[in-house]
Design a protein around this ligand. Structure first.
Ligand code: ZN
Length: 151
């Protein structure tokens, strides 16, 4: 395998994916803002609430992916592409083939997705329990996150 060529191709692919994603995110943000501005009566407002919750979850998902792509790109630049962020081990090339922006090996990724799932469940149960104590502040997308690596 020609590692040099492959990495350069990969970097290009990741860059275009990153551009596409950030366009998508700004579109989603713009879109949900317009929907909020156009809300009519109360029933519509409730509907919009659900809609905008959905779009903000979508944006959160997309920006997480964007963040991962950015991290993969910096790893390429550092010459450390394919090293796991979690344990420092080598990421299985088969996994990288399937998921080029993977920055963790399968074991670390499973561990952190279990953690994310636990947080999601906690959030969900605090949503359906009216008097549940306030959970941790909601994850917000900051411009800083979106703009880093934009050099
Ligand atoms: Zn690992």
């Amino acid at each position: 395998m020609n590692a040099q060529g492959t990495l350069a191709d990969l970097e290009l692919a990741l860059r275009s994916k990153r551009d596409e994603l950030s366009r998508q995110i700004s579109w989603d943000l713009e879109h949900s803002r317009c929907e909020a501005a156009n809300s009519g009566d109360l029933a519509d407002a409730a509907q919009d609430e659900v809609q905008s919750e959905l779009s903000s979850q979508l944006v959160a998902l997309e920006s997480r992916e964007l963040d991962q792509i950015n991290r993969a790109l910096s790893l390429i630049r550092l010459g450390a592409y394919g090293c796991c962020e979690g344990c420092g081990g080598q990421i299985d090339p088969v996994r990288l083939d399937a998921l080029p922006n993977a920055t963790q090996c399968i074991r670390c990724a499973r561990r952190s997705s279990r953690r994310a799932a636990a947080v999601a469940v906690k959030k969900w149960s605090s949503n359906i329990t009216p008097h549940a104590e306030e959970s941790a502040p909601r994850e917000r997308i900051s411009l800083h996150d979106l703009e880093m690596e934009y050099t």
